[in-house]
Each structure stands twice: as structure tokens, then as C-alpha cells.
Design a protein around this ligand. Sequence first.
Ligand SMILES: Cc1cc2nc3c(=O)[nH]c(=O)nc-3n(C[C@H](O)[C@H](O)[C@H](O)COP(=O)(O)OP(=O)(O)OC[C@H]3O[C@@H](n4cnc5c(N)ncnc54)[C@H](O)[C@@H]3O)c2cc1C
Length: 480
Amino acid sequence: MIIDDQHYDVILIGSGPAGATMLQRLASAGKKILLLERGEAMPLQDQNVADVELFRTDRYHPAEQWFEADGDLFPPQMIYALGGNCRLWGGVLERMREREFEGLALQEGPTADWELRYADLAPWVDNAEALYQVHGRTGVDPSEPPRQGDYPHAPRPIEPFLEELRLGLQRQDLHPHDLPHSWTDSGPDPSGDAETFGLAGSLDQAAVTLRSSARATALHVTPSGNEVRGVEADINGQSWLFQRHQVVLAAGAVNSAVILLRSANDRHPPGLANGSDQVGRNLMKPQLTSFLQLSAVPNSGRYARSLACHDFYWGDKNVSFPLGSIQNGGGVLQDPLFSESPPVLSLVTRLMPNFGLEQLAPRSVSWWAMSAVRPDPHDRISLRGDRVQVSYQPNNREAHDRLVYRWIDVLNPLEADPLTQVVTPAPAHPRSEAPLSVMGYACGTCRMGSNPATSVVNLEGRSHEIAKLTIADRLVQELR
Ligand SMILES: Cc1cc2nc3c(=O)[nH]c(=O)nc-3n(C[C@H](O)[C@H](O)[C@H](O)COP(=O)(O)OP(=O)(O)OC[C@H]3O[C@@H](n4cnc5c(N)ncnc54)[C@H](O)[C@@H]3O)c2cc1C
């Protein structure tokens, strides 16, 4: 093992939205930082691509195979690159709602109380929206939480045919709003992400060292077992040990848990920071169903996700539990999430066998239904030998099904509306759920709370058990 003789104030593991945003803050505070990232920079031509290449998703995904609970192997859809999973994302930055922190009552029961409130985090979310140049408009979304002022930037214009759909939805007394979106001023790659707003401007500072192709394999602790001492990493097949003052684990929901589980030692047999047995548990993936509508006028197939409808966010007539969010998908040739869901495509190509993707795109409009799930300790990441195992059964299914059927009840009259000329009636709306392999949306796995017996980190994201170890996810810890 090679022992690095440098001493860093902070070793950051992972450069996704969590790690990159943290880096931006720490670097501007003058800290000496080592950033370990297992991937490399993704070439510009591969980012936010707007063509059929996007559908060759294996081009972007690692050559890993993970286990499902029943022992089948699957290739996870994860991006290991500078900037993490947001290198190919939608760029939509929605806020959580006040009630979602308070043990929200879903159809199958309450979610956990965060012990933090919206107001505790709102100032930090303001900072994050400014940093990520979020474009949006307040006062339209009926579910939106309170905020200090308007978004930092007004929404960018959307495709004209979507404006017609917006009017059609309004005629049904719905309240479609512009999705809050991170945008840059750059022509070739206008969608904002962690590389643009977190890494750029930080990596060229003298006190910041980046080691890419550096996969953190384990955290080491001091002889007492109570404090993190350093990070072991594999760089080009060689084992390295880096030493620190603080370690921030920001490797994403799956890999942060994996690193802690792989760091098991005599003093911490179930894994590091895992006295509560909660590391890897409470894995959550939002339920995602995509729909296709037939378009009556050609569109480019190359536009970002634009509109959302939150009229069913908290329920519906005679439904007292939350259903979720509807977003129009981006153009079929540009929406990375759409390309991550092969079953939709295969269904469509079965229904329209003579059409290739280039032909399908201008004739279709896509929508996404998204519903929350409850944290369940049985849904978890664990290790099976050297591989990752994902045991996952989505819950809150009835709420999601209701949202899907409710949205079909919106699409049918939209197509029949004589004032809406841009979509055409269809006997069915092809739809499909995102498969298990879509893991880039995963969250949970290192529960936060004030009770060390039931949580991994405290309300500041610091390990209850291991001093100088922070676990960052992109949601909460970004700017703390
Ligand atoms: C197709 C798609 C579209 C999406 N669109 C949106 C959207 O519009 N809005 C939204 O809010 N969210 C969206 N998401 C979800 C969003 O991308 C993730 O929630 C977010 O990237 C998580 O950030 P993170 O920093 O916690 O983890 P990640 O982005 O997963 O970053 C983790 C980083 O750690 C690195 N890493 C992992 N293991 C190691 C290791 N052992 N050693 C060193 N480095 C390691 C990885 O390479 C990666 O760079 C989308 C996801 C997908 C897949």
C-alpha cells in the first residue's frame, strides 16, 4: 500500500451534487481538500446529448453487475464520472414541502419525521438555488412551500406546442407550472449541474487536489476505533492510503453505504458507523411511470422537461392521501430518464414497428408520474461476497396507480378538447414503470436522526459513532 504523505483538512469521496457542492463551499473557505472520485471527466460531446445516442445507455454506465434479492444479476444504471449522476440528468430542482418533513401520512401510513423543519433548511435551499442558477416562477404551483422571494431567474421559454398543452390543462381547472430548472449561459451544454456549479471554479484552486479513477474502498479508524483516520482507495489497481482531518462521504446513496459496510473491522463488525444496523437500510426510489401521447404536430424531440402539474400532490376529490407529481417529460430524444426506461421504448416499438426513434420522437409527447415511497428497513443495500445486493419492493403502490389513472383521465379530455390541436386522441397511452436498474434516483441508506440507536448520522449529517466522519447527500447537507 502506498501511503500518501500529504495531510488534508478534508477528504471528500464522490463528486456528484453532494460532493461537488460541498467542495465549492469548503474550497471558498480556504480548506486543503482531497477529492477522490472513481470516475473520470465525461467528454462534453457525451453530456446532455440530444440524439439517439442517449439510448445506448450502456455507454454511460459502469461495467458492474449487482444482485437482486432473488439472486439474479442486473447492470445498474449509475454514472461514475466527475459530477456523478447529474452528468445526464433533468436539471429540475424542486424544493421539498413543509409537510414532507413532519411524518407525512401516505396511503400506507406515515413517513418518518425528519426532526428538522422546512424553515431550518429554507435559507440553505435559497443559497443552493442561487448557486445552481435555478430558473422558475412562484405563485402558480398550488403545493409550493413558502419562500423569501421569487426564483433567482425567470423560466426560459418553453416549446410553443407545450404552451398550448398548458392552456388545455388550465381549461380543466388544473395549475401547470414551469419546472424549476438549473440553467447555465453556455450554448453547447446549457443544463446546469454539479460540474458546472460545484467543480468548475473549485478544482483549479491550489488547495484542492483531485484524484480521479480513485475508488475509495474502505475508511480506516484510529486504534481507539472512535475516529476516522484515513481513506483507502484503489487507483489503477494500486492500493493507496490518504490521511485526513475530516472525511466527507458523498458517494451516493448506494456507494456511501457500500463503503461503510466494506469498512467493517474488529471493533465495528457490522460495518463502520453501523451500531444502529441502519447502514444500507431504508433505501428509497421514487415510483416513476412514463406515458406517451400522440402528437398531432411534429416537435423536435429535443427539449428539456418543462411543465409540472401538482394538483394531485396532496390527494384528489375523495382521496385524502398524497398521490404525487406529474411532469411533462423532455423531448424523447433528450430526456435521459426516458432513455433509462427501456420497457417504454420496447412497448412503443412493438406498437409502431415501422418507426425508429427518430420517427417516433416528433410524433410523441411524454409525461412522468412520480410518487413517494415510505422508508422501509427491509428495502436495503447489502454486500453479497464482493458484490452489491439490492433488496427492494416499492411501497405506496395504490397511491401511484391512482395518480397514473387520474392522469389518463386528464389526457383523454385534453385530446378531445377542440382548442387543443397539438395532441391527437389515442386508444391507449403506452406507459411503463422505471425498472429496478434505474438506481440514479436512489436515496436513503444512512438515516438521519437524534437517536443513535435508530439512525446513522445526527441532524448535521455527522456519524453518531465515528468522530470526524460526515455523510453528505445532495438533499440536506449541501450547504451546511
Ligand atoms: C436519468 C436521471 C435523471 C435525473 N434527473 C433529476 C432531476 O431532474 N432533478 C433531480 O433533483 N434529480 C434528478 N436525478 C437524481 C440525481 O441525479 C441524484 O439524486 C443525484 O445525482 C445524487 O447526488 P449524490 O451526489 O448524492 O450522488 P451521485 O450523483 O451518485 O454522485 C456520487 C459520486 O460518487 C462517486 N463514487 C461512487 N462510489 C465511489 C467510490 N467508492 N470512491 C470514489 N467515488 C465514488 C460516483 O462516481 C459519483 O461521481 C436524476 C437521476 C437520473 C439517473
